[in-house]
Ligand binder design. Structure first.
Ligand SMILES: Cc1cc2nc3c(=O)[nH]c(=O)nc-3n(C[C@H](O)[C@H](O)[C@H](O)COP(=O)(O)OP(=O)(O)OC[C@H]3O[C@@H](n4cnc5c(N)ncnc54)[C@H](O)[C@@H]3O)c2cc1C
Length: 534
């Protein structure tokens, strides 16, 4: 889960976030106290993802009335389309059952061990907030049992290292969830995360939690304060954000509806008698916010989880507008994160993963995208048409997992000697966002990455090169010659037309890799040459 720690402090920003979400302006700020409240509950939770649903259940368990405000048409957030790999250790019942020794102290020590770096040198654990890691470590076991008690059904296998990252060295801690019912109204993309989220939702609804779907929190409302005392947080404002698919007139509806608050008022004021919990996810979809951490992250880059939901920083901005400071945001943004990607599915705008045709939001996605089995089948070029890195190398570091550093002596600088330093293994991303000859002011963005392949490669990969598998509106082009292909490329992030002459010479240059398994990646044997955005 992404972590945003909020502390009272002097940092404050007002409105001005660009809306990364398709659903309208963020407009986070301090709300005026309304003349009357439209709704009220003891606890108002903003966001119905993994954190929001869990918080709502805990509040309901403690006897509070709860309203969850969610901007999307259904619950789930990024979590419902996540892989369903749940890293919880510290001595869970699953670890004990399979004889795995672990403790909260080991989890804490692992996740704050400065001496561990990734193979490309990235020292991610140094950026972990120690207080948050302590709280995480101390609550891992409780969280695991909480999930079981609320209907989550983990695969009955020993916890391992698969699928998740950054677990530390001392014990296997990854638990897995499987979704077998495919994509559709219940599961936006048939991913394991649905087996985490739907049971939590069922439990929350059964415990009386009410859901205000299609409403986006726009501001936090605070009582007037004095110099001595800040005003208490007493509620939120939210505006209606129905999602209507292209060609439709009625908004999308949630899979379950018991406990939904049915209203279509354009905006509502919700009183929180006891507290407001912000569980809006993160800020990777907000280009301005993420560029505070890494200015290379211009809007050409796609973010995992879009377009089901957008983590647009609205929670962070609203909190800062009433005086909160944020700590420890680096890990979710910087180069070790895998939220923002430059390499994965081809020929689709949403390239973090391929989407199922049965997804209820497929009209927004437009194309499943193409999964690559063998990167030897492609040449990747930048917006100028030049190769810039070895396509077969990894995109981002995967974190350290159990036993990866061996022998491992916690907090000992000699651990570095046992990590095989391999900067090119996981540096694709950095090469992909580097400037090139078409990087222009004011952003100097790297522009899109294009994959070139021919009909033979498509056959080997067993790709279907027609809609709805590829998006022919800006993300997939084919032509008989490279020169024609360069001229055909028309994509909003391509700064200038590609020069076919450059492309040909640059692509034929041996580039960053000396050996290529297939000798004809550029359409030499067949006349048809094809490019797809990565
Ligand atoms: C494709 C993919 C695969 C992943 N795989 C894994 C995995 O295998 N294991 C793992 O541990 N993690 C995985 N993750 C990461 C994990 O899903 C997230 O860390 C997790 O979902 C974060 O939970 P959250 O509740 O903080 O945010 P989310 O689950 O994103 O929920 C936030 C919710 O808040 C809503 N919201 C935002 N702003 C507002 C607002 N202003 N008003 C009202 N509602 C708002 C959003 O619409 C969203 O529903 C994956 C993520 C993706 C996208």
């Amino acid at each position: 889960m992404e972590y945003n720690q909020m502390k009272p402090g002097s940092t404050s920003v007002g409105d001005g976030a660009t809306d990364a979400a398709a659903s309208g302006a963020v407009g986070s700020g301090i709300g005026k106290i309304p003349k009357s409240w439209d709704l009220e509950a003891d606890v108002v939770v903003i966001g119905a993802g993994a954190a929001g649903l869990s918080a709502a259940i805990k509040a309901a368990d403690a006897g509070a009335s709860v309203i969850v405000v969610e901007t999307n048409y259904d619950i789930g957030g990024h979590a419902i389309i996540s892989g369903g790999n749940v890293p919880l250790g510290g001595g869970t019942s699953a670890q004990r059952k399979f004889g795995i020794e672990d403790s909260p102290d080991l989890v804490f020590r692992d996740l704050t061990d400065w001496s561990i770096v990734q193979p490309n040198g990235w020292p991610d654990y140094r950026y972990n907030d120690r207080a948050v890691m302590r709280a995480f470590a101390d609550h891992c076991v409780q969280t695991y049992e909480f999930l079981l008690a609320n209907g989550v059904n983990f695969k009955d296998v020993p916890p391992d290292n698969q699928g998740g990252h950054n677990l530390g060295n001392s014990a296997p801690r990854e638990n897995h969830l499987i979704w077998t019912k495919g994509a559709g109204p219940e599961s936006p993309n048939a991913r394991g995360g649905t087996a985490l989220i739907r049971p939590l939702e069922v439990s929350a609804r059964a415990k009386g939690v009410r859901f205000l779907l299609n409403y986006k929190m726009t501001s936090l409302v605070r009582e007037p304060g004095s110099e001595q005392k800040t005003g208490r947080l007493i509620g939120v404002t939210a505006r209606n954000t129905p999602r209507i698919l292209p060609g439709q007139t009625t908004p999308l509806k949630s899979f379950r509806s018991d406990g939904n608050i049915e209203t279509t008022q354009s905006s509502v004021a919700i009183r929180a008698k006891k507290s407001v919990i912000l569980a809006t996810g993160g800020s990777t979809s907000n280009v301005n916010f993420r560029r505070m951490f890494d200015p290379r992250l211009t809007d050409v880059l796609q973010v995992a989880g879009e377009p089901y939901t957008f983590q647009d920083g609205s929670g962070e901005l609203a909190a800062m507008a009433i005086g909160a400071s944020l700590w420890g945001l680096a890990n979710q943004i910087l180069e070790n994160g895998d939220n923002i990607r430059t390499k994965r599915a081809l020929a689709t705008r949403y390239n973090y993963m391929t989407w199922e045709l049965e997804s209820p939001i497929f009209p927004l996605i437009r194309a499943t995208g193409l999964n690559v089995k063998d990167w030897q089948d492609l040449i990747l070029v930048n917006q100028v048409g030049k190769r810039f890195y070895d396509e077969t190398k990894g995109d981002y570091p995967h974190g350290n997992v159990y036993n990866e550093i061996n022998p491992y002596t916690p907090n000992n600088y000699r651990n570095n000697e046992n990590i095989k330093f391999n900067p090119t293994k996981h540096n694709f991303f950095n090469a992909a966002v580097a400037m090139n000859e078409h990087s222009e002011p004011p952003d100097y963005s790297a522009g899109p990455v294009w994959a070139i392949f021919d009909a033979d490669a498509a056959e080997r990969e067993k790709w279907k090169l027609t809609p709805p598998y590829v998006d022919i509106d800006g993300y997939f082009f084919s032509a008989k010659t490279l020169r024609e292909l360069a001229a055909a490329i028309n994509n909003p992030y391509q700064a200038k037309p590609m020069d076919g002459a450059t492309w040909i010479s640059a692509s034929l240059y041996p580039g960053t890799r000396s050996r290529r398994r297939h000798s004809t990646p550029l359409g030499a044997r067949r006349s048809c040459t094809i490019a797809a955005r990565v």
